[in-house]
Design a protein around this ligand. Structure first.
Ligand SMILES: Cc1ncc(COP(=O)(O)O)c(C=O)c1O
Length: 386
């Protein structure tokens, strides 16, 4: 039996993003053992590049085996215990996901909601943190809305109350300004399939010393075997390299290569490129009468939400983009279902060629659609008044 051919796509949705040949080639290198000194040297180098991409000196910085959600689960099961209070900033699907996952673990969740399309105000997080919370968690890049959550001042608030600051940086890492140590973040998890342009399957994680002290002081056993950090750190962050599970070796090759590409470009240049790509996209689609959903200062540069506007069948446009142009963009989810497109300009796609290719394709699809709608409206007005 032969498997079907797969088409080439330009991935400009919410992720995965387009993976460059260099990263795919790295992934195709021979699999070697997870205890082989050659693999361990490679992984150490990749983790050092990860520290640079995250702007952290944290010794415990490595990829969790699993997707971004595995990073979230690792954070929750290790640093919180049943009955602990966790403040969660919620302004989209991924804040909701933290609430859902924490609730399942018996953690007492205090949610601080903000309108979708805006970040959660610091003062409201501060008020919720007041009576002895164990941690505060926010989504730095909310992929469901295209909002960047400011972190300024949050670490001081948390640390003054002996709480940890935890962030989801799945869609922001390397595509939006983030400096883990400077921001005072204690636990951050990411994903490989967004601005790093690596296939999905790993969740880069970093832990501050404060977070590790919290782990050491834990009273109850970690309620997960797979994501038990004490055992996982014995492999990743101890000289002994004690086997816990077999990490996805070839995906780690890909991550190492993707991080090398980030390092060669430099973080500042990469962040700036993502900002300019988002501005170019908004300008191009603006000429077609389409508007960004998020106010300028709150925008996540790697993921832009766009309201397609009247007379545009948003689902039909996405279907045609994929079928006729080989371009993937995403529809709205949660509250934004049917109301917005989510367009990713992540890594290699934060560039003028992909942006103009997409804007040109949308223009070609939308103009006849709008002409059809205009004629339809004229006809039905005629029929209702004639
Ligand atoms: C902000 C955010 N957090 C968490 C996740 C979950 O990551 P994964 O789908 O890799 O499990 C995603 C995935 O899109 C995301 O965008």
């Amino acid at each position: 039996m032969s498997l079907p051919e797969l088409p080439e796509r330009m991935l400009m949705g919410s992720g995965p993003s387009t993976v460059p040949d260099r990263v795919l080639a790295a992934m195709a290198r021979p699999t070697i053992g997870h205890l082989d000194p050659a693999f361990l040297a490679f992984a150490d180098e990749a983790n050092q590049l990860l520290r640079r991409a995250m702007r952290t000196e944290n010794a415990a910085t490595f990829p969790v085996s699993g997707t971004g959600s595995a990073g979230m689960e690792t954070m929750l099961v290790n640093f919180l215990e049943p009955g602990d209070r966790l403040v969660v900033g919620v302004c989209g699907v991924f804040g909701e996901r933290i609430v859902d996952a924490a609730g399942r673990l018996g953690i007492e969740v205090e949610r601080v909601d903000a309108e979708w399309g805006t970040p959660v105000p610091l003062e409201r997080l501060a008020a919720a943190l007041e009576p002895g919370a164990a941690a505060v968690a926010v989504v730095h890049g909310e992929t469901s809305t295209g909002v960047a959550q400011p972190l300024d001042g949050l670490a001081e608030l948390a640390h003054d109350r002996d709480a940890l600051l935890m962030i989801d940086c799945v869609t922001s890492l390397s595509g939006y300004p983030l400096a883990i140590d400077e921001a005072g973040v204690d636990v951050a998890f990411s994903g490989t399939q967004k601005c790093l342009n690596c296939p999905p399957g790993l969740a880069p994680l970093t832990l501050s010393d404060r977070a590790r002290d919290r782990l050491a002081a834990r009273q109850s056993p970690v309620p997960s075997w797979c994501f038990n950090l004490a055992a996982i750190l014995a492999y990743w962050a101890s000289g002994e390299r004690v086997y816990h599970h077999t990490p996805p070796i070839n995906t780690i090759y890909a991550l190492g290569e993707a991080l090398a590409i980030v390092d060669e470009e430099g973080l500042e240049a990469r962040w700036a490129r993502h900002r300019v790509a988002s501005e170019a996209l908004i300008a191009g689609l603006g000429a077609l009468g389409m508007k960004p959903l998020v106010a300028e200062g709150d925008r996540l540069h790697s993921l832009t939400t766009i309201e397609p506007g009247d007379g545009v069948d948003e689902a039909e446009v996405r279907t045609r983009l994929l079928a006729d142009y080989g371009i993937e963009i995403s529809g709205g989810i949660g509250e934004l279902k049917g109301r917005a497109w989510r367009i990713g300009t992540m890594g290699v796609n934060a560039a003028i060629e992909p942006v103009t290719r997409l804007v040109g394709a949308i223009a070609e699809i939308v103009e006849p659609m709008r002409a059809g709608e205009a004629l339809e409206r004229a006809r039905s007005a005629w029929e209702s008044t004639a």
